[in-house]
Design a protein around this ligand. Structure first.
Ligand code: NAI
Length: 286
């Protein structure tokens, strides 16, 4: 029987989430996505109007189907967490059941269970500020949106994940090496995400037979990365210095996610898997 995947963090066809959805769809999985509430309308109308049709083409020529798009804001666990200004914000008021707990409950009602959970989202309001200039509020917001959001997603989805299931997130090498420009506590957030990958692999593995891994991806010109401001420089740096001197495609990350979600990876859990043309292995640039 085919597997079902929930991919949190898809709002256009440029990011890693979209590429992962495609690779999983190509491998036969049913695709559900979670889309950030403020981006929901434009994503759904673009989908409907056929704006993504070219990027929906799978290797066999068919178009990727998204069985359902769920509104999601992963910084809120349940309705009690939502402050008044967000509740009444007109970008939020038009949607409902978008906290993590409610989204998991909606998926359970609609589909019963899932096999694959993907976290492909991050947000750091002060990402362009050096860590030394980052406020407490900005730092904690980065951790909330980019790290705890994963703990919360897994916590709420694990009860509807079938044993043998697999969970994947996306990280960046700024967690372990100095990458000037990746500020605002985002480097700290990725360090937390990687550490949590190990602890969650233990807990979800022992209790639910679920595997938990993270992909440390190289630079991609996604919407989020363009907002940081240094993505072209990072792509050029990788082209010049990585063992494999080619531009990284989102599909290469998608294919790794499909592998990690499959029985081919049945003994891999708690791992940080680099998909970066080998750049992580270099000690100096040459
Ligand atoms: P993207 O812009 O396609 O994806 C980020 C998504 O997060 C967007 O769809 C955005 O709407 C969503 N989002 C932000 N805050 C949210 C919230 N509170 N609740 C729900 N959704 C929220 O960009 P990209 O780059 O593909 O990012 C996906 C993951 O890949 C992120 O974890 C990012 O840190 C990671 N990554 C990206 C790299 C790059 O060079 N683009 C390199 C290494 C890792």
């Amino acid at each position: 029987k085919g597997k079902r995947a929930f991919i949190a963090g898809v709002a256009d066809d440029n990011g890693y989430g979209w590429a992962i959805a495609k690779s999983l769809a190509a491998a036969g999985a049913e695709i559900l996505v979670g889309t950030w509430v403020p981006a929901l309308n434009i994503f759904e109308s673009s989908l409907r109007r056929g704006k993504f049709d070219e990027s929906r083409v799978l290797p066999d020529g068919s178009l990727m189907e998204i069985a359902k798009v769920y509104p999601l804001d992963a910084v809120f666990d349940n309705p009690d967490d939502v402050p008044e200004d967000i509740k009444t914000n007109k970008r939020y008021a038009g949607s409902s059941n978008w906290t993590v707990q409610e989204a998991a409950e909606s998926v359970r009602k609609d589909f019963g269970s899932i096999d694959i959970l993907v976290h492909s989202l991050a947000n750091g309001p002060e990402v362009s500020k050096p860590l030394l200039e980052t406020s407490r509020k900005g730092y904690l917001a980065a951790l909330s949106a980019s790290s705890y959001s994963y703990v919360s997603l897994l916590k709420h989805f694990v009860p509807i994940m079938n044993p043998g299931g697999s969970s994947i997130s996306l990280t960046y090498i700024a967690s372990e090496r100095i990458i000037p420009g990746y500020g605002g506590g985002m480097s700290s957030a990725k360090a937390a995400l990687e550490s949590d990958t190990r602890v969650l692999a233990f807990e979800a593995g022992r209790k639910h037979k679920i595997r938990v891994n993270t992909i440390s991806a190289g630079p991609l010109r996604s919407r989020a990365a363009k907002a940081i401001g240094f993505i072209d420089m990072m792509i050029d740096y990788s082209l010049e210095n990585a063992p494999l001197q080619k531009e990284l495609s989102a599909e290469e990350v998608g294919n790794t996610a499909a592998f990690l979600a499959s029985p081919l990876a049945s003994a891999i859990t708690g791992a940080v898997i680099y998909v970066d043309n080998g750049l992580n292995a270099m000690g100096v640039g040459v």
